[in-house]
Design a binder for this molecule. Structure first.
Ligand code: NAP
Length: 275
């Protein structure tokens, strides 16, 4: 099985509708080697990602083996009427059907990461989650994904998943708010258990940070933009950041955010910026 490394940045394909294929191709041309999608037609066009991969492969620029490909299983509650599974089937069957549909959309026999888009309840790791997670582990054991992840989780979800006796995910993907210390509790849990933390909405969830004079000062010093400072900071914290930019210039800037060098003191100062 092809084994691309986990890249340092993920290109997110949400909300791109009929521009999904073209923007994903552009992201691959810009140098992204990690793509995030979901089998949730409400917010993603997973088949567009497959089209982009096929086009890049035909052009000889990027092959499937070069790309870390991540998709998600989304419960009925997070979907609209365009479902990739039979809603009357048990959750475990829905997971298998959704995975089969993802592989068809993406034109591949396996993904690199398969993520539970969100737990069934905000209150805790429920029986449905236990069933879905066991089914996802089965998909992994059958070789259809290399790794597993969970998204939109609280510390309580992770503790209860741990207590259920099942293995922990390789990835946690969460919206990252500065006001929670950039999801500090979850990041600490991840660091303690060798889980890679994927942060999304790093820019859109934190507008006050982007406009903060301290960030502006760091950006000026590095001849960079405040967005690059935030991405550089997230990478220094050990996060795997996502960007869903539709702008070719921003694609290049986001990938080049490591031009911003931050001292430990600056990282600590940014970590405590509550926006
Ligand atoms: N698991 C989940 O539930 C979940 C939820 C939401 C998102 N996601 C994933 O995360 C991905 C990213 O989503 P996101 O919420 O972070 O939002 P996003 O779609 O990445 O939006 C980022 C915003 O920041 C701007 N931007 C990006 N780079 C910039 C730069 N260098 N300078 C200035 N502006 C810049 C973009 O504008 P331009 O387009 O003009 O650059 C856009 O308005 C999604 O596509 C999806 O794959 C997952």
């Amino acid at each position: 099985m092809a084994a691309p490394a986990v890249p340092e940045f993920l290109y997110g394909t949400a909300w791109k509708e009929d521009r999904t294929a073209a923007l994903t191709e552009q992201a691959l041309r810009a140098g992204f080697r990690g793509i995030d999608t979901a089998n949730q037609r409400r917010h993603y066009v997973e088949a567009g990602v497959g089209e982009a991969l096929a086009a890049a492969s035909r052009a000889g620029s990027v092959t499937r083996a070069d790309v870390f490909l991540q998709t998600k299983f989304t419960y009925r509650g997070g979907q609209d009427h365009r479902l990739p599974y039979d809603p009357a089937a048990p959750v475990a069957t829905q997971v298998a059907q959704s995975m089969a549909s993802s592989l068809e959309h993406l034109g591949t026999d396996h993904v690199d990461s398969y993520v539970l888009h969100g737990p069934a309840s905000g209150q805790g790791w429920s029986a449905a989650d236990v069933e879905a997670w066991a089914a996802m582990i089965r998909e992994r054991d059958l070789g259809r994904t290399r790794w597993l992840g969970v998204s939109n989780v609280s510390l309580r979800h992770l503790h209860q998943l741990q207590a259920s006796g099942h293995e922990l995910p390789a990835f946690v993907q969460n919206r990252c708010f500065a006001r929670t210390g950039w999801d500090r509790n979850i990041r600490l849990f991840c660091a303690e258990h060798q889980v890679v933390y994927q942060g999304f909405s790093l820019l859109t969830a934190n507008p006050a940070v982007l406009h903060h004079p301290y960030v502006a000062g760091l950006a000026t010093r590095a001849n960079a933009t405040p967005a690059q400072v935030v991405f550089a900071f997230s990478r220094r914290l050990g996060m795997l950041p996502l960007t869903g930019t539709s702008d070719a210039g921003h694609m290049r800037e986001d990938l080049a955010s490591d031009i911003v060098r931050l001292s430990l003191e600056e990282v600590r100062a940014l970590e405590s910026l509550t926006g």
